[in-house]
Ligand binder design. Structure first.
Ligand code: BGC
Length: 733
């Protein structure tokens, strides 16, 4: 049923800036309806009730897309909610519609306003159907949300009484962009009661929830009529134990409630907050558990689990999971708190593999790949974040390469050829874009190794790497041309693999790949086979992508660099592959040194500082108790959590056979170390649960591998290979 296309977009004839608005329609039904289905969408976010009862448990609908190109509508079975006399109320707030970086205002819909479209179709016992459409017979009224803003939060005034409803206006806003819900709906997932009540040295009342989350609060306000209760959501306390909000930049992250003197239940509906702590003003709190923090994210099913004998690595894994929970709200965002919360392509590019092991994200990313396709320019250029306004910048290596990396990874994890085919042009157009620039720059010299550092486009480089003298500098020491050329190679190699899976002729790209390799080696590798650019990331990229003549000198260069510094120095670009490369060159213990290190800089250092999520920067909060620059310092950024895929694939050894997809052919090959007494991981695949465990015994190791139905598997342990059976396999060595 798709009646929504016959409905009209409506907006209030008068609407105050930033105020919550209800769209209302009352109607009668004759006996006896047997089915009622609601299709609905909004410009803004909506919260719909029929006869006072919510039509869905999901929140923040219709989600976030480039509304100029596509906008999801949702379909709900509301049979149980209808009666003879009915009122449908659609509350609306701005949501992602008005966003610092993304302002969908047009002549038809002014900024700071909302609009709705809906069709409620009722079927009677005799098969007759009637549909209630949004049209000029609806009315609108302001609601008690007196201010709402994605970053700043909400103000709810319980004293506010809507006056006489005002008429609505039908607007000629397009319906061509309406698409059925593609992603997972966003739902409330779990809740934390306040854990600790703190009075800070500066005298603020603070509650610590013990976990950084993305979501909102729910609690009962107490107070006298007119009391103003203000809650500020934030991530960290200062060294002295005071409230720290500078890193939120312009985002206020506040919830303000004006009491009418009665005990009232409060829960914001038009936005979300990223926080572990809250500061409360204007209300007495006697116990922290009076306040509940509700976690919301896209309703992805958890598929991956891990544990080992080291509590620090277990916490690291938990932080990776929480990084994903906190940033997968319809769009994969960089962070959930400051005035950004954007679908940064580079962050998703590095994290999508582990994300697909942790949770089933096939549907989530199918939807976002639709957003990527919608926003890819005809030239193939991909913006830096999606959704976004065009011409905001884009085409950066390792960011725009989301166009190839994500479809390929989704294919590897889920084995879905159709999804790969759906995104083949996205991949191809991006590679063609790079090829065009590579050839254009220096046509006489074959491939330019400066493939697309062209005017007006910004390259992020090895973002937040620590290999420049200034540890707060953002771009890292690895040459941007090198990163660009390496990713040109990598993306082309993925396009070739995808072409082969789909049976598409790709000889041209095979030749191109050879030429890129030649050009890369000629420019970036010296006569001794070492990178001119002496950084960990430079070596890691060449090794991981396989762009060298001889692996050995690069491996030596990399291990020397790691040993000299004693730690990683990589940023967003090199970090995801660093441990993979170390284990691929046989430096497993060095990989474990880096994984287990807990001094700055390392994956575990934040844990020594109480982190419950992944940090954006290695030095977000420094050993001396000072913060990195508040300009860019989030404590809930999943990118460095990419190390999780090494934990599944190498530490626990769950790997797919090269050339296969969807976990149908496995090679179990864990990397044991006597620094652990056991480690285990599992991934729920389409065929069932795959799991791998190793534990120390008196004389060696006991391995336990679980192989689900319809899956072929071997275990490669040292120089021995074992063919495994379906079910549980135990091997003692
Ligand atoms: C974001 C990132 C993003 C970066 C671009 C930052 O402001 O938070 O994670 O990838 O900009 O390099």
């Amino acid at each position: 049923m798709t009646n929504i296309f016959n409905a009209s977009w409506i907006k209030p004839s008068r609407q105050k800036k930033d105020v919550g608005v209800d769209f209302i329609k009352s109607f009668s039904l004759k006996p006896f309806p047997v089915k009622a289905v609601l299709e609905i969408s909004a410009l803004g976010v909506y919260d719909c009730k029929i006869n006072g009862r919510p039509v869905t448990e999901s929140v923040l609908n219709p989600g976030w897309t480039d509304y100029n190109k596509r906008i999801q509508y949702q379909t709900f079975d509301v049979t149980d909610l209808i009666a003879a006399e009915n009122t449908i109320t659609v509350g609306t707030g701005l949501g992602w519609r008005f966003h610092r970086w993304y302002d969908l205002s047009s002549k038809i819909t002014a900024p700071h306003t909302t609009a709705v479209i809906a069709a409620l179709t009722v079927t009677y016992e005799n098969g007759e159907e009637v549909t209630v459409y949004t049209d000029e017979s609806w009315v609108s009224a302001e609601n008690q949300v007196r201010y709402n803003h994605m970053y700043n939060g909400e103000t709810i005034d319980f004293n506010f009484r809507p006056g006489k409803p005002v008429p609505v206006t039908v607007i000629p806003y397009t319906k061509d962009t309406l698409i059925p819900q593609e992603g997972e709906l966003i739902t409330e997932q779990e809740a934390f009661r306040g854990k600790e009540l703190i009075i800070t040295p500066e005298g603020d009342t603070v509650i610590d929830f013990g976990q950084e989350i993305t979501g909102y609060l729910s609690f009962y306000v107490k107070g006298k009529k007119g009391d103003r209760i203000t809650v500020t959501h934030f991530e960290k306390l200062t060294k002295e134990g005071n409230v720290y909000t500078e890193n939120l930049r312009s985002a206020k992250q506040k919830l303000t409630v004006i009491s009418d003197g009665k005990s009232r239940f409060v829960k914001p509906v038009y936005t979300f907050y990223g926080f572990r702590y809250i500061k409360i003003e204007g209300m007495e709190i006697s116990s922290p558990d009076e306040i509940l923090a509700i976690v919301v994210h896209s309703d992805m099913k958890r598929t991956g689990h891990f544990s080992c004998s080291d509590p620090m690595i277990n916490q690291l894994f938990r932080n990776i999971i929480w990084g994903q929970k906190g940033n997968f709200l319809d769009v994969p965002t960089d962070c959930p708190q400051r005035d950004e919360r954007l679908g940064w392509t580079g962050d998703a590019q590095v994290f999508c593999k582990v994300a697909s092991y942790n949770f089933n994200v096939e549907k989530f990313f199918k939807k976002w790949m639709g957003d990527l396709r919608a926003m890819q320019k005809p030239s193939g250029y991909v913006p830096s974040f999606v959704p976004a306004r065009f011409d905001e910048g884009g085409g950066s290596s390792a960011w725009a390469d989301i166009a190839t990396v994500l479809p390929w990874q989704m294919y590897l994890t889920y084995g879905n050829r159709e999804l790969l085919a759906e995104n083949y042009q996205l991949m191809k157009k991006w590679v063609d874009f790079m090829r065009k620039w590579a050839l254009k720059k220096k046509p006489d010299e074959g491939i330019s190794t400066n493939p697309y550092l062209y005017e007006g486009h910004w390259h992020f480089g090895d973002w937040l790497a620590l290999d420049l003298p200034d540890k707060e500098a953002v771009g890292g020491a690895t040459e941007k041309d090198l990163i660009g050329c390496a990713f040109f190679y990598y993306s082309t190699s993925l396009l070739i693999k995808a072409s082969e899976v789909l049976g598409i002729e790709c000889q041209y790209y095979k030749n191109l790949l050879k030429n890129i390799k030649k050009a890369f080696i000629a420019r970036f590798i010296d006569e001794n086979g070492r990178m001119y650019c002496n950084t960990q990331t430079a070596c890691v990229l060449a090794l991981h992508f396989g762009i060298y003549n001889d692996k050995k000198p690069l491996a030596e260069q990399l291990t020397a660099l790691v040993r000299e510094s004693g730690h990683l120095t990589t940023g967003f670009v090199g970090t995801p592959y660093l441990l993979h490369v170390l284990s691929d060159i046989g430096e497993n213990e060095l990989a474990y040194d880096l994984l287990l290190r807990d001094e700055f800089p390392s994956w575990c250092y934040p844990i020594t500082q109480g982190a419950t999520t992944m940090w954006e920067r290695w030095n977000g909060y420094k050993p001396d108790g000072t913060f990195a620059t508040p300009d860019m310092n989030s404590f809930n950024h999943y990118a460095y959590g990419a190390v999780g895929d090494w934990i599944y694939e190498k530490m626990c050894g769950i790997r797919q056979k090269e050339g296969t997809a969807g976990f149908t052919e496995l090679i179990f090959s864990p990397i044991v170390s006597d620094r652990f007494t056991f480690a285990e991981a599992s991934i729920d695949t389409a065929n069932g649960r795959v799991s791998s465990r190793w534990e120390k015994t008196e004389n060696g190791y006991l391995y336990t591998f679980t192989v689900p139905e319809n899956t072929r598997a071997v275990a490669v342990l040292g120089d021995k290979t074992f063919t495994l059976n379906i079910g549980i396999n135990k091997i003692e060595l």
